[in-house]
Write a protein that binds this ligand. Structure first.
Ligand SMILES: [Mg+2]
Length: 120
């Protein structure tokens, strides 16, 4: 059965790019969010198999959203999308339960590899 993925990034082109890579490879995109608060809301609405979560977003950043989601959904699978130079935040995210991280600019193979590793 196709796995459901929620994509969270404040940049529309990033969401589009990730959506393109994943939908071409058999994953279903169940939702998109442009900030952390929306990410939490959409997570509760769609209960996806996986979340791709940007770190830097307005209103609520990806780390806060990750923590909030995992508070009520301790089994949530979340992969962080970081930019260069965000190592400290990536470490915080992993310690808070993120399953993996990918670094921008994305290589499609690396995105798929991380997604497959986490949800198959
Ligand atoms: Mg961003």
């Amino acid at each position: 059965m196709a796995k459901n993925v929620l994509i969270c990034d404040d940049a529309a082109f990033m969401r589009m790019m990730i959506k393109d890579i994943l939908s071409k490879n058999g994953y279903t995109i169940v939702g998109e969010a442009e900030n952390g608060a929306k990410a939490v809301e959409k997570y509760e609405e769609t209960k996806p198999d996986l979340v791709l979560m940007d770190i830097t977003m307005p209103e609520m950043d990806g780390i806060q959203a990750l923590k909030k989601i995992r508070e009520t959904n301790p089994d949530a699978c979340i992969i962080m999308c970081s930019a260069m130079g965000q190592q400290a935040m990536v470490i915080e995210a992993i310690q808070s339960g993120a399953k993996d991280f990918i670094v921008k600019p994305f290589q499609p193979e690396r995105v798929l590899e991380a997604v497959k590793k986490v949800i198959g």
